[in-house]
Design a protein around this ligand. Sequence first.
Ligand code: DAH
Length: 358
Amino acid sequence: MTDLDELKADLLARVGAAENLRALDDVRVAALGKKGAISDLMKGLGGMDPDARKAAGATFNRLKTEIAEAVEARRDTLEDADLNARLAAERIDVTLPTREEARGSLHPVSQTIDEVVAIFGEMGFTVAEGPDIESDWYNFTALNIPPEHPARQEQDTFYLPGEADGQPILLRAHTSPVQIRTMLARKPPIRIICPGRTYRCDYDATHSPMFHQVEGLVIDETTHMGHLKGCLIDFCRAYFGIDDLPVRFRPSYFPFTEPSAEVDIGCTRKSGEFRIGHGDDWLEILGSGMVNPAVLENCGIDSTRYQGFAFGVGLERIAMLKYGIPDLRTFYESDLRWLRHYGFAALDVPSMVGGLTR
Ligand code: DAH
């Protein structure tokens, strides 16, 4: 065996014996690196005569290629082995049962807002919004409730320090200021509903210092009481899902409407049982009326040309009635047990078929 054969056998043996990529790289450097065995051989070529150099050069190059190929082949083998070892170690048992996913649910207030918006949306209403912090003018005066008006007493709200435009500032006591903001910002025809938070100094089983209302407003040239009645009858029947739910309009008073009507729905109250629908009793659920011309004029709308109707609904109230929730205060206690009981699956989509069913 020549020296060269021996060198080759030795290098190939070392390549074959490399147990991992790091060891293989050491062998590669020792053979093919700048200071490696084959580079050493190449350096000797300079001292040879041309013919010998040509022959030896070719032989050395072949050796170099063979070793390089052996290194590559060994690298492939080691990498495959590595991958297989990892696959074996990181194996996933796809037959294991999955962990139960904790799913959130929709708060009844959110669900009820969605339902109400869906019903009025079908009738062509769009949603309008306004700020929770209002000035006295938007909350009262513009709605025909001047200072000292007794109606202010019923809507005793929370006042904030300071003023805005020379007006006391307060937390809005109803969503009606959104009527004013909308009429000031847009020209009729107007057809909006406004769901939102409202505030009053009240706290018992049916009152909370913060609650929600939905306001409605329609302004056009030919709007009349018949439209108000038709719209609210349809709403009550769709919301409670009772096609022939009795709906009654009872004369009432609100400073911002003239005439005004409270809306009652039919119900039964017998020996402790309460049920919405046909029965011998009535339950008040919302306030409404034809917009008072003074309110239109306060918003720069010509009351000889335009008229309209408005209504306001207590959102928790209609949620309590529909879903049998007895105490208003529980809406805000953030008790998860309550939410799990009364909450709604987040992906439940309200359907208009036969009223709103879940
Ligand atoms: N703002 C009234 C309240 O909070 C509810 C209401 C009644 C609103 C009649 C209206 C309406 O727009 O026409 O008690």
